[in-house]
Ligand binder design. Structure first.
Ligand SMILES: [Zn+2]
Length: 616
């Protein structure tokens, strides 16, 4: 029974709506044998429920996003899908990119740019939020949304007729449905996913197409050349893993962009000019292709690709001014400081950066991927202003010489979809289980619970990092147990950094840029304290422009705010001192005035500047 008619499907879901979920026995997707990875990475991921964020700014972001999407109007969320299928579509319009209307007219008007584009991301975020919190209202909302969406999905449906970016929206819908299945136990989601896949296939090209290839083909609107078929393999492979349906594996292989990954695997930098976020997101497709298919070429593509991104990153860890990668070696990052305010696509970029660094950290155990993740965390997304109930969203971080935090022009843009997915992922990005213990990657107030050799273990992390340079882990164990705790020692950490177990400093030296292993028989009440020396240091924007520098303290970039003195020396920046009584503000005494600096997360409406021009 590969297909069921829409009418029968509605009957089935109608019965399910009564509470019985009889649909479970009527799965329409072909199932296969359980999927095992070709490559099992040494580090795994915890289940969402195992890591809880404790009070702090990141928990606030998580709670805000969970609450906002839990309370969104369901008819409004489903409206574009119902409208495009010619069904009754009650409820208000969401506005912005999300609407189904006919006035989209790039570049002047982006209203109704991609109707319903982020529905799947909101569903995915809610599913992960449910997995973290166990909130029943969240799970019930997910199940209602999946049923409502299912009513609009028909293999010969009209949704994608004349639709500019079918792969883009399908990819997000796909993610939402497989997450609803995996994390919120939705009984219909895999079935709906199979049907949604049948619905989009007639609108997809024969292979992944670069934007240049799309431009070379006939198209009615410029928006028809912006589709992102090259990001599809990751979710197809996840669908394959979760459903066992080998058709998804075939589809993943069909959309692997060999023209992108092949050169990257050989160390050729093919990033310049490409759309930044979607090509970083595609690196996650390379990594999952490596894990599922076992071809090391894709690992090399992911590793080289991220390195090339890092080589053209700002001091914040952000990348891609005007959403594009630049040609290296020409001073183009420095040039962008005077030409654009769209320096880093923050919600999507941070989400994609977390995903690729998580894959690479798990495969390589190289702590520097954790360094990269936390740099993006504290300097970009942690400073994003909250999404508002009307869809007003933070989009671009601004590194212009005359910078301000602003909201994006259009409501419900892409970054409103990735931001709540990312806040749900903060916990699972912080710790990783290995066979012999646990890796501590992020220093966030949090609690992780796991079973080590059948012993129930809990690690509670207390910290005000990165404002403070210390963190503390307290262990609760059902009985003494032998395992190793690996603590990330950031590459910037100074020689005075230290780690103590129950008040005794370890004899072994901490090596910056590595995990530090503490192997012992742990017992209930054990405590680890870590102190990082956080030296102040300068980073130039480009090798070609060594006098334009950002000041960093540990993982945190310090932004000059308000009136910036015209002449500043390197030595003066490096002598910055904390403002008395402030956790966040710093001051620098220059020849003709005082420069105030603060982290991105502390900046409100004041003007700011990331890179200072120095002399001497
Ligand atoms: Zn975005």
């Amino acid at each position: 029974m590969n297909k069921i008619s829409r009418r029968n499907f509605l009957k089935v879901t109608g019965a399910a709506a009564g509470g019985a979920f009889a649909v479970r026995s009527l799965r329409a997707w072909p199932t296969g044998p359980p999927v095992s990875l070709a490559v099992v990475p040494p580090l795994s991921v915890f289940n969402y429920a195992q890591v809880q964020l404790l009070d702090g700014p990141l928990r606030e972001q998580f709670d805000h996003n969970h609450d906002l999407f839990l309370n969104l109007d369901e008819n409004a969320l489903l409206k574009p899908f119902r409208q495009r299928e010619g069904m009754p579509a009650p409820g208000p319009d969401m506005g912005g990119w999300y609407d189904n209307a006919d006035d989209f007219n790039p570049p002047d008007n982006f209203h109704a740019f991609i109707p319903g584009h982020s529905f799947g991301q909101y569903l995915s975020a809610l599913a992960r939020d449910y997995a973290v919190t166990g909130s029943k209202p969240t799970q019930e909302k997910i199940h209602r949304l999946v049923r409502g969406f299912a009513e609009t999905v028909e293999p010969q449906g009209k949704f994608y007729v004349g639709y500019h970016l079918p792969a883009y929206t399908y990819d997000k819908t796909s993610c939402g449905l497989i997450d609803a299945y995996q994390f919120a136990q939705d009984p219909d989601a895999l079935d709906v996913h199979w049907r949604a896949t049948q619905a989009v296939l007639p609108y997809l090209p024969e292979k992944a197409l670069s934007r240049a290839e799309q431009r070379a083909r006939s198209h009615k609107s410029v928006a028809d050349t912006w589709d992102e078929t090259y990001t599809l393999p990751e979710n197809f492979l996840l669908a394959y893993q979760r459903s066992g349906n080998s058709r998804y594996r075939d589809l993943a292989i069909r959309f692997i962009e060999e023209d992108y990954f092949g050169p990257l695997a050989e160390g050729k930098n093919v990033l310049p000019g490409e759309h930044a976020y979607s090509h970083v997101n595609a690196l996650s497709s390379a990594m999952l292709s490596y894990l599922v298919l076992g071809d090391e070429k894709y690992l090399r593509a992911g590793t080289n690709g991220l390195r090339m991104v890092q080589e053209q990153s700002f001091a914040t860890g952000g990348w891609g001014p005007d959403e594009a990668f630049v040609v290296p070696g020409q001073g183009l990052l420095a040039a962008s400081l005077g030409t654009t305010h769209a320096s880093f696509e923050t919600g999507c970029g941070a989400y994609g950066h977390f995903k690729i660094t998580r894959y690479l950290l798990r495969v390589t155990k190289d702590s520097r991927y954790g360094d990269s993740m936390e740099r993006v965390l504290y300097n970009t997304i942690a400073g994003a202003t909250p999404i508002m109930a009307d869809g007003t969203t933070f989009y671009y971080s601004d590194y212009n010489e005359l910078a301000k935090k602003v909201h994006y022009r259009d409501k419900w843009p892409c970054c409103s979809g990735t931001f709540p997915q990312l806040t749900a992922d903060y916990g699972i990005s912080s710790y990783y289980p290995s066979q012999d213990g646990i890796y501590v990657n992020l220093f966030i107030p949090s609690r992780v619970s796991w079973s080590q050799n059948n012993t129930a273990c809990t690690l509670t992390q207390t910290t005000q990092y990165p404002a403070a340079n210390t963190t503390q882990f307290d262990f609760t164990l059902a009985r003494p147990e032998t395992f190793t705790v690996y603590v990330r020692i950031p590459e910037w950490a100074g020689a005075k950094s230290s780690l103590s177990v129950n008040g005794h400093r370890t004899d072994n030296e901490l090596t910056p840029g590595k995990f530090f292993a503490v192997a012992r028989t742990w017992k209930d009440g054990d405590r680890v304290e870590v102190e990082f020396e956080m030296p102040l240091r300068l980073e130039a924007v480009d090798h070609e422009d060594l006098n334009r520098v950002a000041l960093l303290h540990g993982p945190v970039a310090l932004f000059g705010v308000d009136n910036i003195p015209s002449r500043i020396k390197r030595s003066q920046l490096l002598a910055a001192t904390r403002v008395a009584g402030s956790m966040h503000d710093w001051s620098v005494q220059a020849d003709d005035g005082t420069l105030m600096l603060r982290p991105f997360a502390s900046i409100m409406s004041e003007s700011y500047r990331l890179y200072q021009t120095v002399e001497g």
